[in-house]
Design a protein around this ligand. Structure first.
Ligand code: SAM
Length: 335
């Protein structure tokens, strides 16, 4: 993480991109204004981890070449992950790792609170610079993920006229969804200090509040990178408030499921299928089960988030199962 942060701060990927071609160590070090010997050690590490590539040049020297991964380290551009990497490698986010043993010894103790005295959201309220780091991190993730949602399962937005993004950050996600589906009116719902710093955007209304209290009314609720922050009881409260916000005779509900990877490690490697078993099978013509569009994401390396969209008024679910290559890996009753 430290070396990746160093590469971003030095602007290594930007220098190679601006050069419009591979660079030797001496070209790169003079472009960045640093000593070749120190830079060599950084580049050796980054090449070893396949972030940059090394190849022989026609002049017999070695040159450094950009890869798809190193382009994530460009400071600008739609595919840049710099915001997320600078957030995760910030002093504030690294400090809790030094409290890991106290978390193991005392399960109720959050490492973040141990390091900073408050949970991350209260800390962000009191520290606007950290709040902006969070927003920028999430926005750069959204720029990668939302186009996949738009392209991969546009049908989940069919008929949705109003969409509330619950914990929507600075509204980047909704801005992109509303652009892709202009019939949708977006409501970006987040804590008051977050929405007050969010940029205005056509088709997106910012609403400040607390999702543990209530969620603004809409045809559909959308949650991304939210439930992993909370325990089961808190997730249930958030989801209940989402359900309250959606009229029962219309709309779509976004159902999310978190699974610990240590329990379901085989989920990592296979293709996933989520089956919802309907008590009233109106979604499909005659079958009592169907596979719905589903987005599977890794969340922080320890759990998976399944986002399943279903039409709320068409049927009620009584059970859900997740299977991979025909083998049922997880079942979940009484939804
Ligand atoms: C990890 S971010 C996800 C942002 C956005 N959904 C995305 O994927 O880019 C979690 C968001 O939840 C918001 N949040 C935390 N507690 C909240 C609360 N009680 N009510 C509303 N929003 C909250 C945070 O401010 C933050 O923007």
């Amino acid at each position: 993480m430290a070396v990746v942060k160093c590469a971003i701060e030095l602007g290594i990927a930007d220098a190679i991109e601006n050069n419009e071609g591979p660079m030797t160590l001496s070209e790169l070090s003079s472009s960045l204004g640093c000593a070749p010997s120190s830079l060599y050690r950084i580049m050796r590490f980054l090449v070893h981890h396949s972030i940059f590539k090394e190849k022989p040049s026609s002049q017999g020297t070695t040159v450094y070449v950009q890869t798809a991964l190193s382009r994530r380290l460009l400071k600008k551009g739609e595919k840049s992950m710099v915001g997320l990497l600078l957030f995760e490698s910030s002093h504030v986010m690294m400090a809790p790792w030094h409290n890991l043993s106290s978390r193991v010894l005392n399960d109720n103790n959050s490492p973040f609170e141990g390091a900073h005295g408050d949970d991350i959201w209260k800390y962000a309220l009191a520290n606007p610079a950290h709040s902006k780091l969070i927003d920028d991190a999430m926005a750069c993730d959204a720029k990668l993920v939302v186009p996949e949602i738009v392209e991969g399962c546009p049908e989940v937005f069919d008929g949705v006229k109003t969409l509330v993004d619950v914990g929507g950050g600075n509204g980047t996600t909704l801005q992109m969804l509303v652009k892709a589906f202009p019939c949708i009116q977006g409501i970006n719902f987040d804590l008051p200090h977050v929405v007050s710093a969010a940029p205005e955007s056509e088709g997106v209304q910012h609403v400040g509040g607390d999702f543990f209290q209530s969620v603004p009314k809409a045809d559909a609720a959308f949650l991304m990178w939210v439930l992993h922050d909370w325990n089961d009881e808190e997730c249930i409260q958030i989801l209940k408030n989402c359900k309250e916000a959606i009229q029962s005779d219309k709309g779509k509900c976004n159902l999310s499921l978190l699974l610990p990877l240590d329990l379901h490690s085989d989920l990592r490697i296979n293709n996933y299928e989520v089956n919802l078993y309907f008590s009233k099978a109106q979604y499909s013509n005659d079958a009592s089960t169907c596979t719905l569009p589903c987005i599977v994401r890794m969340a922080a390396g320890y759990c998976m988030l399944f986002n399943v969209f279903y039409v709320q008024n068409q049927s009620s679910t009584s059970a859900c199962s997740i299977s991979s290559s025909g083998k049922t890996l997880y079942t979940w009753q009484d939804s």
